[in-house]
Ligand binder design. Structure first.
Ligand SMILES: [Zn+2]
Length: 339
């Protein structure tokens, strides 16, 4: 066995056998922002053999204060986070495999994303995606580890379908849009990211090496500024839960679900045209060259026009900054990219 893992193998709860299991494990990381980047780095260093990293966003300078995998150069180039993470992980541990996917996680792709993975880690920044992940994981009986952090506090919980309560058992109603503070409105400090991601990754290691007795089996809440650490013990799933008891998968089955999302607190809207084919960004750049200022890299095109900034990805998805109004964003999209 590679010397690289010797200190982890000396830790008796993992040992040689555990290390082999880690190398043969496959994890889906949903989101590669602050929590996700931290998950990715720890799991790559620990030698988890396969990481599938899905993220819809690109690196910005405001990320660098807490998103440890990314550099100034990544922000300058506006690299998609999944791509920048893959590049950095290649420098940290070239022996593991990473699949980087630049995409929005939604009802059309979540089931195929989790299919070949043993475990799912939550690194998202919004409740809609978390409830969607919860439904997909309950439906396909996959364990997932919820985590959220904002300001100086955070929450985490490990969800083993049918054994432990699911997200919907605990939080029956999804917080309505705009009601919960976000990192973009309330700010966030890096130590809470480190705390929550450390608990999530430790839980992941326990599961992957088969030491499920060591799981914390609770809803853990931390406030690193107020020095408040709580552990609320969890027992059985809620027998009336709409998701894990009734098995009603509202978000997954939402055939007519909108593909537009307001990116909370960011004065931006994401537009995802359904059934779109891949866009030739070079072509689009030529077509838009007289419309405004254009920046292009291998993964995305950015157009600054009127009062908006459009970032278009190869999968035809776009993030339109300068509005939080979905209909305005839609018309900007139609005007410059077409439908
Ligand atoms: Zn439930």
């Amino acid at each position: 066995m590679n010397e690289r893992y010797s200190r982890q193998i000396l830790f008796s709860e993992i040992g040689k056998e555990g290390q082999k299991k880690l190398l043969n494990s496959r994890i889906l990381l949903v989101g590669c922002g602050a929590l996700g980047a931290s998950h990715a780095e720890m799991l790559a260093r620990a030698g988890v053999g396969f990481l599938k990293i899905v993220d819809r966003d690109f690196v910005e300078f405001t990320n660098l204060q807490r998103q440890t995998l990314f550099s100034e150069a990544d922000a300058g180039e506006r690299l998609p986070k999944a791509i920048a993470a893959n590049k950095r992980i290649g420098e940290i541990n070239s022996e593991i495999e990473v699949e980087a996917i630049v995409a929005d996680v939604n009802h059309s792709n979540i089931e195929s994303l989790i299919e070949d993975c043993d475990l799912v880690l939550d690194g998202t920044d919004n409740f809609i995606t978390r409830y969607l992940v919860n439904e997909a994981c309950v439906k396909h009986n996959k364990t997932w580890i919820y985590g959220a952090a904002v300001s100086s506090y955070g929450t985490t919980m490990t969800i083993i379908p049918n054994e432990m309560p699911c997200l919907r058992c605990i939080f029956e109603e999804m917080p309505s849009a705009g009601s919960a503070p976000t990192c973009d409105t309330a700010g966030v400090i890096m130590p809470i990211i480190a705390t929550i991601s450390a608990v999530q990754v430790t839980e992941a290691l326990k599961i992957l090496v088969g030491k499920t007795d060591a799981l914390h089996k609770s809803l853990m809440q931390f406030d690193v500024w107020q020095n408040d650490w709580r552990k609320i013990k969890l027992s059985k799933p809620n027998p009336d839960c709409a998701v894990c008891a009734v098995r009603k998968f509202e978000l997954l089955d939402a055939e007519n679900a909108g593909f537009e999302t307001t990116l909370c607190g960011r004065d931006a809207v994401q537009i995802q045209p359904p059934n779109a084919s891949e866009i030739d960004l070079q072509n689009l750049a030529e077509r838009l060259s007289s419309s405004g200022e254009i920046k292009l890299n291998e993964y995305l095109l950015r157009l600054t026009i009127e009062n908006y900034e459009l970032t278009v990805f190869k999968d035809a998805r776009a993030i339109i900054r300068g509005t939080d109004d979905i209909s305005v964003a839609r018309s900007v999209y139609a005007k410059y990219i077409g439908t």
